[in-house]
Design a protein around this ligand. Structure first.
Ligand SMILES: [Zn+2]
Length: 145
């Protein structure tokens, strides 16, 4: 047995994604947006593909709904073996149709997750480094229903 705790793969920020990681480090979610036509761009791009405008990172609500999801049963990714099975969802944010972000679902068993579930973003520390990542928790109204 390896005595060292397993750590998940660490992000490798580049010029396009640095703004995202700076925001999560500060505890909130920001996504890339065109300064000119105001379109949100995910994944982030240096230039807007619609109008070729300059882009920058701006805060988003982090609220949205589950667009699709998978339930992970196999210990394929180091660092999450003790949490199996867990759910990874693609969440469509309220800001714009098609603006989707992947992340783990927390606070629910896999069989409680469904397409259309309303979720909110939380920013949590990623084990093994200084990065923080976005995860999704059910919105309170969902827990009551
Ligand atoms: Zn644009």
């Amino acid at each position: 047995m390896n005595a060292t705790a397993e750590i998940p793969p660490q992000p490798v920020p580049d010029e396009d994604t640095l703004g995202f990681w700076r925001a999560t480090e500060a505890g909130h979610l920001e996504l890339c947006r065109c300064h000119d036509c105001r379109r949100w761009l995910q994944p982030p791009l240096e230039r807007c593909p619609s109008c070729w405008g300059e882009t920058g990172f701006e805060p988003v609500s982090g609220n949205g709904e589950v667009y699709s999801y998978i339930v992970v049963h196999q210990p394929a990714i180091p660092g999450y073996r003790d949490q199996l099975p867990y759910t990874v969802a693609l969440v469509e944010l309220d800001e714009q149709p098609g603006l989707r972000l992947p992340g783990r679902i927390i606070g629910l068993e896999p069989d409680q997750v469904q397409v259309g579930l309303r979720v909110a973003t939380e920013v949590v520390s990623l084990p093994g480094g200084d990065f923080k990542v976005a995860v999704f928790a059910p919105q309170e109204a969902e827990l009551r229903s």
